[in-house]
Design a protein around this ligand. Sequence first.
Ligand SMILES: [Ca+2]
Ligand SMILES: [Ca+2]
Length: 512
Amino acid sequence: MKKNFSLFIFALLSGTAISQAPSTLTLDGNNVSATLSDAGILFAEFDNQFLDQTIGTLNYSLGGNSGLNDIGSLSMWFGGRDEFGQPHISTPRYTADEYVFKGPLSLTGEPVGEMVPAIFPVTRAEIDHHIANVGTAGYQAPQNILLWPAHGDVSFNASFYLAPFVDVNGDQIYTPYEGDYPCVLGDETVYIITNDVSHGPWCGVNNMDGLGIEMHTMVYQYYDEAVANTTFIQTKAVNRSLENYTSFNAGIFFDGLIGNVGNDFAGTSIDQNMMFNYNGTASDIVQGQIGYGDTPPATGVISLNKDITSTRLFRSSANYPEGMPSYPPEFMHVLEGSGVDGSTLGPTFAFTGNPYTNTGNLDSLQFDSQRSQLMRFEIGEFSSHDTVTFDFAIVTALGEDHLESVNELYQAADEVQNFYDGLVESCLPPVLSLGEEIIDETLITLYPNPVIKTLEIKAPKEFVRAKVINSIGKELLTTEETTLDVSELPKGVYLIELDFGFTHIVKRFVKK
Ligand SMILES: [Ca+2]
Ligand SMILES: [Ca+2]
């Protein structure tokens, strides 16, 4: 074991029913200030005992407009059906611990205790400094480099690899004093690890069944002028459960909030895979509250790597079944593109007109106490151990008036997509991360071999199960232990298949 390795095993609080308060920090690497948390909800702060979002706290905004928001809350939604057709969902909206928990899951989808905190910042400057100085005598690496969550706790059967890193010395372990460093996008970056499996009865809201998804969210900003008003987000979702989900859908839920609430409109730019929010009235003044005044910005969420399947506006005054879902089956219906009762709703995309040119289908629905939006992605099947990656960006544009801001947003969306398309991999291989687990097969030994009675299986990682198969592929024995009684097997040659969750390895042994 390398020196300092113990630093990278995180304190996991096992068996706790009461969830820890979210940790928050602010990413403000460019013109945009974004409050981030490990509660499964971005741009929300939590400072009361119910962990509710504090409305009015600066959450996501253009710099220089202290106290004004552009987005109130943003989260990823997931839903899928198990083999019995039952819905499993993860749909956080505003409240911390609304079905999302801190840290990774085990490789079989079990909660392993919370990682506290589960949010990790790092800057490009820290990484460059580290690379330049790591060989120097007496060098002290930055805390953010040392605390990078490269590894999960394998004693809880979590994945050994979590956040990506460059393994400079090739020992497959995150060893920063041997030159290893985090592999990230952006000039300023925050990495968040969450999951959707309840850690105790307190969390079992509405008897909701999660999917067993582990989410790795990288939020990043660049100093580059072309994307100075942009925050990029990459969410990798891993199905750690043993379920093969069908009808799997994902969504980006966001509550746009251009200054004052009540006068904001929704729109969709299908070609740009963007849903956006803008001030519907020329002035953002509501009941004497000036808000953004005569120059409100417009804010869009752009999917960068997937075409959007549909977009939707939720309004508090909407009639059933168009409104916000309340119960798991309703969330599932909405994630499947239907009304909350499963009925067909039209149109597929909400308000696809161009507000700047005043053409097409435009939002004109004012003064709801609550308005929020959902962009949806139909994935289909999401089998055990599958991973799906969502790259998206939040873009804010500021024109000379509320509609100029929308026009600026259309242009900014193209620039952001171009910027993203032009991103080059900045980490030199070998990069190790989630889903790139490596098992050195030479470290797997079966002893004794040939065997008469008890076979011992030695592996560098815990396996989920081992199966003994004969020469025609028939399964004869199975175990989750590292020893296996083979005394009943007839003499001959057998295969043993070790299932590590993310990979299967087959070895051979002889029964005497
Ligand atoms: Ca290493
Ligand atoms: Ca407004």
